[in-house]
Design a protein around this ligand. Structure first.
Ligand code: NAD
Length: 508
């Protein structure tokens, strides 16, 4: 086994006083702006870096889910429903400012909850969550319809004017994963509220704590009762009940493709709208003329960022045969320098995996890769101890169609595939069930655009992987999802259009 793992050298600091007060306080649900104790199953929240239980959270019961949905439905016709777009925008801006103010605490709680390095967690709060609220605050005053005179109607002797209005879709059930809770919550909450919808948010059972801080900020910002409700719960009961709930109008889901499929099936009862942000197996495609000094660290981080636990991870590295050895060896050398450790250690770059189960799954995929004939150029050395640590791994000699090339691992496992011609690489790149992200690396602008256009995914970077901004649409093709988040399209998913036809009388 190749040696690896650069352990973080700085000792992790202890949680701050503010974080300890939060962890030791009571953990509750927010229903109609009231904090209530959950009456469902208990959830023991583990810090994955230390294997310690840091909080006990109680899930909502099915009755409490109904109460949250009723509160959300009443709010549609109450103070929230009467609030102007301007006032919704002001509220969302205030929420953005509060997120900035509390970014240190929210980031720290995210780190304790899911293991992310503290700098990344704080960045998710400031640069993703707060900016999304700020961006969608602006949209709240720009939701307008259209008006036109139709060219031909079924009543050719009459003149008509058509006015379209854009209404909120209604009650939104938001279901989020554990890998970046502040960003995932903001991606649902901000556009839904900007559109005038109301929200029942279910946190992920593996990292439920950040949601409570969002609920506290909602109260502090002066959000009206019922427009935003927070519940905890496991996917198989509370999540499934949300997907099937007759009074939820839309499910906005981020998570695995397998669960996305279950949600679609459960949603058929009232044919609620469903948006899905699902898994990926995204390609990083490197041509021989690429700037390799830029490619090597970028390709490593495209996969290993968040210890591989990110949907747009560039987990398949397609490298032209002429530079295959140079790039794969470069990526392995770079990966060896990445410090693995507790997110509260100042030099940690890669935190732990979320759970013992996830670590076992990643190890199983590494065994599958070897059984399929892939060569481990870099292999994780196991770290003893209670945390779920695993360093980066890189497999070479991987060919299209192997399971390790097809299936999402959600861990720090990169596979390198050799290619020799552009046509062949496009077929291989598009040869999985997924189509979420990807990047093309070359100095030839024509080739870059030609290849980027043919990669069948929701977003593609040229000489950058996973460039994101509040206004850039993000989402998956094929089994990576339905719909888009971010940008104007992210707002559109929470609106429904009504056309009102006005009879202007006989044509003169
Ligand atoms: P998961 O699908 O296991 O869980 C996600 C959420 O769904 C959790 O809140 C869970 O409680 C809930 N859930 C589970 N079963 C359910 C059911 N039957 N009905 C309703 N809800 C249910 O995913 P995860 O392990 O939390 O997250 C990892 C996955 O999320 C990866 O596949 C990753 O690619 C994907 N992801 C996608 C994006 C994106 O934007 N496309 C972003 C982050 C993560």
């Amino acid at each position: 086994m190749a040696t690896l793992i650069s352990p973080a050298s700085a000792p992790p600091r202890e949680p701050s006083a503010a974080a300890r007060v939060f962890l030791e306080g009571s953990h509750r649900l927010l229903i109609g702006n009231d904090w209530v104790a959950g009456e469902g199953r208990s959830i023991a929240v583990e810090n994955p870096a230390r294997g310690e239980i840091i909080a006990e959270v109680r899930a909502a019961s099915l009755d409490q889910l109904d109460q949250a949905v009723s509160a959300a439905r009443s709010a549609l016709h109450g103070d929230w429903g009467r609030m102007s777009g301007r006032d919704r925008g002001v509220l969302l801006s205030r929420f953005a400012d509060l997120l900035d103010e509390r970014a240190e605490l929210i980031g720290e709680v995210m780190t304790l909850d899911n293991g992310s390095p503290l700098t990344s967690s704080t960045m998710v709060v400031r640069h993703l969550a707060a900016e999304l609220f700020r961006y969608y605050a602006g949209w709240a005053t720009k939701i307008t319809g259209d008006s036109f005179q139709p060219s031909l109607t079924a009543r050719p002797n009459l003149d008509f004017l058509v006015a379209t209005v854009r209404d909120p879709i209604g009650v939104v059930g938001a279901i989020v994963p554990w890998n970046a809770p502040p960003g995932m919550i903001a991606l649902k909450m901000a556009p839904a509220l900007a559109a005038g919808c109301t929200v029942v948010l279910k946190t992920a059972e593996l990292a439920p704590l950040v949601g409570e801080l969002f609920a506290a900020l909602w109260l502090e910002a002066g959000g009206p009762a019922g427009a935003f409700n927070l519940i905890h719960g496991h996917g198989e009961d509370i999540g499934a009940a949300m997907a099937a709930h007759p009074h939820i109008d839309k499910i906005a889901f981020t998570g695995s493709t397998a669960v996305g499929r279950k949600i679609v099936e459960a949603a058929t009862g009232n044919l609620k709208k469903v948006s899905l942000e699902l898994g990926g197996k995204s390609p990083v495609i490197v041509f021989p003329d690429a700037d390799l000094d830029a490619v090597i660290p970028a390709a490593a981080m495209a996969c290993y960022l968040s210890t591989g636990q990110q949907c747009m991870a560039g987990s398949r590295l397609f490298v032209h045969a002429d530079i295959y050895d140079q790039v794969t060896e470069g990526v392995a050398a770079y990966a060896r320098t990445l410090k693995v450790g507790d997110g509260l250690a100042s030099d940690t770059v890669l935190g732990p995996l979320i759970s013992a189960r996830q670590k076992a799954r990643v190890l199983e995929y590494m065994a599958i890769a070897k059984a399929e004939g892939a060569i481990p150029l870099l292999e994780s050395e196991l770290i003893d101890g209670p945390g779920h640590f695993l360093g980066p791994a890189l497999f070479t000699d991987v060919t299209a169609g192997m399971r390790i090339e097809q299936e999402e691992v959600f861990g720090p496992v990169l596979v390198a595939i050799r290619f020799s011609d552009e046509e062949g690489v496009i077929d291989a790149v598009n040869g999985t069930a997924y189509g979420l992200s990807g990047s093309v690396w070359t100095r030839d602008v024509t080739r870059a655009l030609r290849v980027a256009k043919r990669v069948d995914s929701g977003q593609v970077g040229i000489n950058i992987h996973a460039a994101m901004s509040a206004e850039t649409p993000f989402g998956g093709n094929r089994q990576s999802g339905w719909g888009r988040e971010f940008g104007r399209e992210g707002l559109d998913g929470y609106l429904k259009t009504k056309a009102i036809s006005i009879n202007l009388g006989p044509k003169l």
